[in-house]
Design a protein around this ligand. Structure first.
Ligand code: HEM
Length: 171
């Protein structure tokens, strides 16, 4: 039996468990790409709408990549969710925090981030389908701003009263 386990399941399990530090490193780093792309798309949306600019191919690329970067973060987060010790194991209260860290990551971080990615997806799809350039810019501006506000609240910043994680996670 132990021979069977060591030859088949255990090496695979080992690889999965060893993925945690890599996943958390990537998830932490990728947050800056999410924030940067979203921030820049909002800026483009605002400038385009107020300055009556053309919705050209480069703007369209920004819209597309902003949504794709958010989708990659969603996938990283989902993989992390099923490996995180904070999510998996029962934890005691987190001193000095409004919530138990486990409650934060199990429900709030998951729920708010999923909502934000849905808003980005809707905004991106709606922007693509509008008739006028001003409407396209307007969609990007509104939906992406809503998503950014939610993401900023749900990130475990080092100074957050909900849960604290570093600005940069070393590998
Ligand atoms: C735009 C979307 C998201 C952003 C910007 C984001 C950002 C972050 C950040 C900055 C951390 C701290 C990383 C560290 O410890 O250094 C984190 C942790 C985590 N996130 Fe996300 N996240 C997002 C979406 C998600 C989603 C959708 C899920 C789950 C499905 C998720 C699950 C987790 C988990 C499980 C942890 C680690 C908890 C731990 O073991 O310490 N995240 N996230």
């Amino acid at each position: 039996m132990s021979f069977f386990l060591s030859k088949s399941i255990l090496p695979g399990m080992q690889i999965i468990l060893n993925m945690f530090p890599i996943l958390i490193f990537l998830h932490s780093l990728w947050r800056w790409l999410v924030l940067g792309s979203l921030g820049y798309s909002i800026y483009i949306g605002y400038r385009g709408k107020t300055g009556k600019l053309n919705y050209n191919a480069s703007v369209n690329q920004w819209r597309h990549w902003t949504a794709t970067i958010a989708h990659v973060q969603l996938l990283l987060g989902m993989s992390l969710y099923f490996q995180s010790p904070v999510v998996m194991f029962q934890m005691l209260d987190s001193p000095g925090k409004l919530l138990n860290e486990q409650t934060f990551f199990r429900y709030y971080h998951l729920g708010m981030m999923m909502l934000a990615v849905v808003l980005i997806t809707i905004g991106s799809a709606k922007a693509k389908r509008q008739k006028t350039d001003a409407e396209k810019f307007g969609m990007m501006l509104t939906w992406f701003t809503l998503a950014l506000v939610i993401i900023i609240i749900a990130i475990p910043w080092p100074f957050s009263p909900l849960a604290s994680r570093p600005f940069v996670r070393p590998l």
